[in-house]
Design a protein around this ligand. Sequence first.
Ligand code: AMP
Length: 331
Amino acid sequence: MKKFTLQPVADKLNELLGAGKVAFAADITGEDAKAKIAAMKDGEAVLLQNVRFDAREEKNDPTFAKELADLAEIYVNDAFGTAHRAHATTAGVADYLPAYCGYLIKKEISVMGKALENPNRPFVAILGGAKVSDKLNVINNLLTKVDTLIIGGGMAYTFLAAKGYSIGTSLFDSEKVDYCRDMMAKAEEKGVRLLLPIDTVITADFPNPIDAAIEITTVSSSEIPADKMGLYIGEKTRELFADAIKNAQTVVWNGPMGVFENPTLAAGTIAVAKALAESSATTIVGGGDSAAACEQLGFADRITHISTGGGASLEFLEGLELPGIACLQNK
Ligand code: AMP
């Protein structure tokens, strides 16, 4: 527990804002919090102890939400990264106080909301990452919104298998083959261009450790040998994807194009990050890995918006209502 105390956060805030500006309450809604709040002067803040130290937080217990609300006059939520969870401090407290979003949530929902509801077109979405199963509803929802859907990373191989290609020992989700087939049919029916890797970089084994030196070859996506695995998108695919991005007016990207943790296998993810950085479109990046790739490559300031919420941004792309946003009055 001790390592999750917010005391160091209070210390840092005092260092940044000037000593004595932020008092730290050793409890959440107890005597110390009440005393520190009562002693507060204009321009000062009180940081409560980590709310997850109280089991009622994650249960969204109304008694806890009410205790918190009794400490305040107004509730401002600016934590987009937890807005997909209905906890006492992310949703419950709004039942007892006037509730508003802060500038970050405002930016998240206005940039991503516009992209989904009223995008400048062409609208291109790029999805990657390991598993199809993590993005089932995202794919389904985006197919009703985008002009082009690009699928790369580990999840692309189940789509390639659904097309009848042999994918060797690449990542494969046998239970999602029918789903991939349905999504390809849906793309056709909706007139959405669905782009899958046309070539793929293969190796004999998954690198172990993940950043170990590794020998690679590039083959056509339809010709992956039985004993080889695809670990990222080939050069022709990188060009194909970059071209689609170049012509877009709105681009949303979530998930790496391969095992980017290994420097020999990072070029696919770098190519997508670079294409976004060079694009004049509204560019939105969600998901920790893709966001980190943009930051590490120094492209972050050339991306319109890097979402601060991995899970929350995925649920947003799924078209779900986020409880931490739905409860706010002035979104
Ligand atoms: P996710 O957590 O779903 O965003 O997936 C990110 C992880 O997927 C990263 O750790 C990547 O190394 C991994 N990944 C991406 N492409 C592949 C692939 N072709 N084979 C195996 N793992 C992959």
